[in-house]
Design a protein around this ligand. Structure first.
Ligand SMILES: [Zn+2]
Length: 124
């Protein structure tokens, strides 16, 4: 997961990665301080893990959207294929529900991960 903080000198955004779900876990495995050089002013920052924040991932959003479009196209094809079958109205509802379900659950998963990280501090 990508986590973000600010450069102490120029306040540019600094991005780091963590493999862990919480700040506490990161502190335990990798230490409490992340050493990171600012790409703008070259200052070497030593930033405490509690100063980092997680953000919702753009990659996950793109993934969710492509999953949505993929399953939606599939639903439309299934719909056109079954359009002359009057008995399958219930199946249409089901098929069109799937894209929303997948899209929604991917976004919820990412949001949960981010809020879990941002809620818990390693020191408090
Ligand atoms: Zn800087």
């Amino acid at each position: 997961m990508n986590i973000y903080s600010e450069c102490i000198k120029c306040s540019e955004e600094l991005a780091a990665k963590t493999l862990y779900e919480t700040r506490g876990e990161h502190a335990m495995r990798k230490g409490e301080v992340i050493e990171i050089q600012c790409a703008t002013c070259r200052t070497l920052n030593n930033i405490h893990i509690d100063e980092f924040k997680a953000k919702e991932s753009k990659t996950v959003k793109v993934l969710a959207l492509s999953a949505f479009i993929g399953t939606f196209v599939f639903a439309v094809v299934a719909f056109l294929w079954l359009i002359y079958e009057k008995d399958v109205v219930m199946i249409w509802y089901g098929v069109f529900g799937v894209p929303f379900l997948i899209y929604g659950s991917i976004l919820v998963y990412d949001r949960k991960r981010v809020s879990l990280f941002n809620r818990r501090y390693s020191k408090r």
